[in-house]
Design a protein around this ligand. Structure first.
Ligand code: FAD
Length: 624
């Protein structure tokens, strides 16, 4: 074996969602990179729900894509049911989501990883890190191989001291069917990191052929089909299928209530805190005792497999209870469970021990990314992986690290939240976590990040060319429309009225006409002397949004400055926080627990979002 086999610039440990993006980003950033992972077959494996995107999460995927990452492209190649969530709402909260074919997704990620120059993959379990003084120097595998690098990115997911729970049964594992990283976890506990336990869970999987779809509601995907990557197109998507919706019954809830004493969540067997936004079905039945039914999305796991994923019934109840509760669901009366649901507890590191580059404060050159930083979800993991990977490359090159600001990217929000507030429960992204969400839209992630990605070496020529072409088209079309004037009396004004039914009341350039609520780009392009306009819908969208929302964006900037002036604004004794419109349950709970006396104090409540503070300010001002 040559020495180059053992020496790299960057080593990434773990081939999940954080690890693959980290390895790709480090390699693209110019570092000779090694990806060490338990099993090459599970590179890019989805541990839980085979879906990518959603509100807040879709925003992260677009940002990963804008920075040259893999997730969006893989989703385009694997998505079998596509939806734009919040389609009727403003562009800030619109989000793309796809149900993915689990195998196609994994294969797409593996193909991208394997074709990346500068990146080597080696199958191995890492048992320890090489640390000299206060700097990392490499990693040691279970078989005794040592690999050397001045930067290491650890992305071990749910595997560190992972322990699976199904009812009273518990055993060590990284996730079902995969070994845990027990030795590595023990070694890391000997280092000066703050480590605690979290838990997450997954539902039983079911043979779709044993279900009665005739009593469920069909949920077809959108038409036209959304696309995830800025370079993608709907023709890349595989065959499309429907998802289905059904509900738990009163009997389901009764089965669960009767078995709570056997639930590891309630018996005290599980110590780690689970994800607030993906609670287990037993948790939902206890917390929302007044509800007699919960929705279940019946989601296919892939085109060539029979299993379905019943989204909404994650559980760690004993298997006999799982079977009974599953068969009490409408349409599931004869369900055959192919894999039991389970919960898993694992070690995570207090993210307050990280710099905004995701390098640990304790060990130079050691970066942490993904689930091990207290987050949950593929998208959150991928975003951190990309950031850690590019920063590992910058670190070995002696260059300054990079992290987007909160007003530049959800990635910035994610990292700032984690390193400022830490987390006591698995953190997932929502648009409500961002105070500048009008700026942070899915549709403009490329404009926000691709130029920086290019400077960092993450964006290849193809993406850069496509980006420049799009930006030039947006600028060109905006300039064209800005130069055309309609008046009540001129030919264009009369044409606009004839084609759209909207009267031009004063001299206006056509770009400003888009601001009118009754008009949009598509309608205006029906005016014979204006149309047909640009053929690329993404260009048209940018032209339209930049004009229609210009006023809101300006107001948001003013709001940001105003917010900073409210440090000493008093909140009256006995103030009713529940009356503040739009607060998340989490923010309300925290306000009611602390009962802050000033806005400044409210801002410093750990985990409090700037968005919640904004809502509070708006309410206080209205009440004045
Ligand atoms: P992972 O995807 O876990 O990847 C870790 C990788 O590291 C694996 O490839 C593993 O083999 C490798 N590895 C670990 N240790 C070593 C080592 N010592 N040496 C070599 N390789 C190693 N997310 C949600 O958003 N909602 C949910 O409800 C949800 N439920 C979940 C339920 C379960 C049971 C599980 C297991 C996960 C769930 N997830 C959920 C989480 C989601 O799967 C993770 O957020 C995501 O996979 C994290 O990505 P990651 O890259 O950090 O880690």
């Amino acid at each position: 074996m040559t020495d180059s086999f053992h020496r790299y610039d960057v080593i990434v440990i773990g081939g999940g969602h954080a690890g693959t993006e980290a390895a790709l980003a480090a390699a693209r950033g110019g570092a000779r990179t090694l990806l060490l992972t338990h099993n090459v077959e599970t590179v890019g494996a989805m541990s839980c729900n085979p879906a990518i995107g959603g509100i807040g999460k879709g925003h992260l995927v677009k940002e990963i894509d804008a920075l040259g990452g893999a997730m969006a492209h893989a989703a385009d190649l694997a998505g079998i049911q596509w939806r734009t969530l919040n389609a009727s709402k403003g562009p800030a909260v619109r989000a793309t989501r796809c149900q993915a074919d689990r195998n196609l997704y994994r294969m797409a990620i593996r193909r991208i990883v394997e074709s990346q120059p500068n990146l080597t993959v080696f199958q191995a379990a890492v048992d320890d890190l090489v640390i000299e003084g206060d700097a990392v120097r490499g990693a040691i595998t279970q078989t005794g191989l040592t690999f050397h690098a001045p930067a290491v990115v650890l992305t071990a997911g749910t595997f560190l001291a992972g322990k699976i729970h199904i009812g009273e049964t518990q055993y060590t594992a990284g996730r079902m069917g995969d070994p845990p990283a027990t030795t590595l976890a023990a070694r890391l506990r000997e280092r000066p990191f703050a480590i605690d336990r979290l838990k997450t869970g997954t539902p039983p999987r079911i043979d779709g052929r044993s279900l009665d779809y005739s009593v469920m509601d069909e949920q077809p995907g959108d038409d036209p089909l959304p696309v995830m990557s800025y370079l993608g197109n709907a023709a890349e998507h595989p065959r499309q299928v429907s998802c289905w919706i059904t509900h738990t019954s009163e009997r389901t809830h009764e089965v669960i209530r009767n078995a709570l004493h056997r639930s590891p969540l309630y018996s005290g067997q599980i110590e780690g805190i689970g994800p607030r936004y993906c609670p287990s079905i037993e948790d939902k039945v206890v917390r929302f005792a007044e509800k007699d039914s919960h929705q279940i999305f019946v989601e296919p796991e892939g085109l060539n497999v029979v299993e379905i994923y019943p989204n909404g019934i994650s559980t760690s109840l004993p298997f006999d209870v799982q079977l009974e509760l599953v068969r009490s669901i409408r349409g599931f009366e004869h369900a055959h469970i192919t894999r039991p649901g389970y919960a898993i507890e694992y070690d995570f590191f207090d993210p307050r021990g990280l710099k905004n580059t995701l390098e640990t404060r304790q060990v130079a050159g050691l970066f942490f990314a993904g689930q091990i930083n207290g987050t949950t979800g593929y998208e959150e993991a991928g975003a951190q992986g990309l950031l850690a990977g590019v920063n590992a490359a910058l670190y070995v090159q002696g260059r300054e690290g990079w992290c987007p600001r909160r007003d530049e990217a959800y990635i910035g929000v994610l990292v700032d939240d984690l390193i400022t507030h830490g987390t006591s429960e698995p953190y997932r992204m929502f648009t409500s976590r961002a105070e500048y969400r009008l700026q942070l839209r899915e549709d403009n992630a490329d404009a926000r990040l691709t130029p920086t990605g290019r400077e960092l070496g993450l964006v290849d020529d193809r993406r850069w060319h496509a980006f420049e072409t799009k930006q030039a088209a947006v600028a060109g079309e905006s300039a064209r429309l800005r130069g055309l004037w309609a008046t009540p009396a001129n030919a264009l004004g009369r044409e606009v009225q004839a084609a759209t039914g909207v009267a031009v009341s004063r001299e206006t350039n056509v770009l400003d006409l888009i601001k009118r609520p009754e008009l949009d780009y598509t309608k205006l392009m029906q005016v014979p002397s204006l149309g047909p306009g640009v053929s690329d819908a993404r260009v048209a969208e940018q032209v339209e949004i930049s004009v229609k929302y210009a006023g809101y964006l300006d107001r948001q900037r003013v709001e940001i400055e105003r917010q900073q002036r409210h440090e000493n604004t008093v909140i009256a004794e006995g103030f009713d926080f529940a009356a503040v419109h739009g607060l998340s349950a989490e923010a309300l709970q925290k306000f009611e627990r602390v009962r802050p006396q000033t806005i400044g104090q409210a801002q410093r409540i750990p985990g409090m979002t700037p968005a919640a503070i904004s809502l509070l300010l708006v309410h206080l001002e209205r009440a004045r």
